[in-house]
Design a protein around this ligand. Structure first.
Ligand code: PMP
Length: 392
């Protein structure tokens, strides 16, 4: 075994990761309830989850899942093209299409699977995909898998995007996130829409970190800006503000029909359990309701409090447009040390390093939830001050 590892240079690769401060390991976790996580008798306030509305541990979630399990049991047994398409999935997709203002929607087992299925189903070797530099790994991998020519524009750089659109060949797809996962800032969607219209390109917007949090009824940033009807492909996850798991692509009926026939991560993957579809539909109704509106106001209020606190400490990160605040540290080893000191003080804040973000831009990524309280943000400020001072 050892010999085989060496031949494949597994040991060497692991050593190199450790030497560069890029080593990652899975930390055990016994219990997560609300914004508190526990393991081996220790407890932390969790600032690392994307459960923005705090729905994952809610009574509504428990009830929706229990009802779904009682009605539909466990796994779905096979792909929807093989076993039949259950009405719980159809109901969820109709509700998602209505929510996003599109003709149709298709659900997948994760947000990652949506990108991997959708982009290669629509784009091929003759085509061009133009991505924002900070697009999520799933979008980058999907673009590579499609075989299309890939062009990348610097983050939110409209002039460069325009230049790339001028010379792009074949069918052209512009890809961006709406709220960026590691920077928390927003894409200039109105300008991007104007450009893609000018050049007759299509636009895919990944609203993973905006759906549920921004816009009327939580429809996302494009809806908040009033340009959602001009987005061709709406990608979203059901694992963050929705508090469960899965992902969706909302678009025209024809695009969805093509995906049913061509999206390999949909066709060749077992359908998500029906009880999940049931619970997601209940949660979607909650997200669209007054109660959802109140949760959005709460998480955005907490995010603003956290941002103002960082600004008052002179470590302001770019203004968070939703519920993600990056605190750029720079060197990976320093970011690891600050994150670990915060953990010792009872705060779980992940350190994000290369390859997730560019080298030299290691950061703490603080995510807020509707369940965080003002005193918890105060306490976080104090702990951050101490952890940063300790490192200086
Ligand atoms: N897009 C973005 C922008 C994301 O941040 C993520 C999750 N990290 C995904 C897609 C993938 O979604 P999921 O976790 O549901 O696979």
């Amino acid at each position: 075994m050892q010999q085989r590892s060496d031949k494949w240079n597994i040991t060497g690769q692991l050593d190199e990761l450790r030497a560069q401060g890029l080593w990652r390991e899975l930390r055990p976790l016994d219990e997560a309830s609300g914004v508190t996580v526990r393991t081996a008798g220790q407890e932390w306030i969790n600032f690392s989850s994307n459960d923005y509305l705090g729905l994952a541990g809610s009574a509504e979630m428990q009830n929706a899942l229990a009802e779904g399990v009682a009605r539909y049991g466990g796994g779905s047994g096979a792909s929807r093209l093989v076993c039949g398409s259950h009405r719980a999935h159809a109901a969820l997709e109709e509700a998602l299409a209505d929510f996003k203002g599109t003709e149709a929607a298709l659900t997948f087992s994760s947000g990652f699977a949506v990108a991997l299925g959708t982009i290669p189903a629509l784009m091929g070797a003759e085509d061009t995909i133009i991505l924002d530099k900070l697009s999520h790994a799933s979008l980058v991998d999907a673009a590579r898998l499609s075989g299309a020519t890939i062009r990348v524009f610097p983050h939110n750089h409209l002039e460069k995007l325009e230049r790339l659109l001028q010379t792009a060949k074949g069918r052209v797809l512009v890809v961006t996130e709406s709220i960026f996962s590691m920077d928390g800032d927003a894409a200039p969607l109105e300008d991007i829409v104007a450009l893609k219209n000018k050049f007759g390109a299509w636009l895919l917007v990944d609203e993973a970190h905006a759906v549920g949090v921004l816009g009327p009824q939580g429809r996302g940033l494009a809806a908040a800006l009033g340009v959602d009807q001009q987005v061709d492909l709406h990608l979203g996850t059901l694992s963050k503000a929705f508090g469960l798991s899965g992902g969706y692509l909302a678009a025209s009926r024809q695009v969805i029909d093509l995906l049913i026939n061509r999206a390999r991560s949909f066709i060749y993957s077992t359908a998500p359990p029906f009880h999940l579809a049931h619970a997601l539909n209940v949660i979607l109704n909650l997200i669209r309701s007054e109660q959802g509106e109140a949760l959005r106001a709460q998480v955005l209020g907490i995010a603003k409090q956290a941002h103002d606190l960082l600004a008052s400490m002179g470590v302001a990160s770019p203004p968070g447009a939703a519920a993600i605040l990056p605190l750029i540290i720079g060197e990976a080893s320093r970011a690891v040390a600050v994150s670990s000191r915060l953990r010792d003080s009872g705060f779980l804040i992940p350190c994000i390093r290369y390859p997730t973000v560019a080298r030299g831009s290691a950061r703490l990524r603080i995510t807020l939830s509707a369940r965080h309280t003002a005193p918890q943000i105060q306490a976080l400020g104090q702990a951050l001050r101490e952890a940063l001072d300790f490192q200086d």
